[in-house]
Design a binder for this molecule. Sequence first.
Ligand SMILES: Nc1ncnc2c1ncn2[C@@H]1O[C@H](COP(=O)(O)OP(=O)(O)OP(=O)(O)O)[C@@H](O)[C@H]1O
Ligand SMILES: [Mg+2]
Length: 263
Amino acid sequence: MSETVLRVPSGAPVRPVPAPPAGRPAVRLTRVSKWFGTAGRQTVLEDVSLTVRRGEFLCVLGASGCGKSTLLNLVAGLDRPSAGDIDVSGGRRPALMFQEHALFPWLTAGRNIELALRLRGVPRRERREEALRLLELVRLKGAYGKRIHELSGGMRQRVALARALAQDGDVLLMDEPFAALDAITRDVLHEELARIWSERGLSVVFVTHNVREAVRLGRRVVLLSSRPGRIVGEWSAGDAPEAALTATITDALRKEIRRHGRR
Ligand SMILES: Nc1ncnc2c1ncn2[C@@H]1O[C@H](COP(=O)(O)OP(=O)(O)OP(=O)(O)O)[C@@H](O)[C@H]1O
Ligand SMILES: [Mg+2]
């Protein structure tokens, strides 16, 4: 399979480079830092090194404001690191799903998905069928002609997920996509996402401040500290039973929040 890499060295534009050797990770961050401003610069991320394996479901956990969205935006190529390198394998940019659905309200659910397909270069005659297939995948078969305001919050996030999948990237970046949903809807969507992840063999980076969500979904969980954001902990799904892992990580997150509060 021929493949290209989007390499994002600090200060340089995203550009395709030659095919990587087999077994290359889906995403690799090497000593990435990000700061904003010049005078009195604010360092948001400091020296973050992280590898996302192909087909892995990685959760990035951290308190509000610690730099999670900044990190995802860098991987998505929406911004550039101030220092360090980011490699994303696969020819396409990663798909990004935001906390808010960010769907176009003047288009129907189906048309929102078709727009993503169009941007991907899918021919017009194939778009409708593909949009219907994606809606079926997220269990929203009847929603093709519905306007966004006619859909519930959970349904909107399903459409947003279908739109992200329409981009057909190997890497799916998710920025607290279910944070605004009630607990039951969120649980259902967790199951759906886990199913789609395993069916499609995606590499997922899922950002959240919710420990339970991170432990439930992630094969691996990394904890980001605040100001600056650094990786201060890492756990794998097999390390301990879910409840014990949740307790351990909650403890680590609380310590991190307390430590940050004291400064
Ligand atoms: N473009 C920017 N210019 C200046 N500061 C920024 C910019 N983007 C983010 N920041 C700052 O970086 C810090 C981290 O923001 P970020 O949105 O990444 O946090 P987060 O972990 O996603 O928070 P939340 O959980 O609330 O979404 C914040 O202090 C924010 O003010
Ligand atoms: Mg955020």
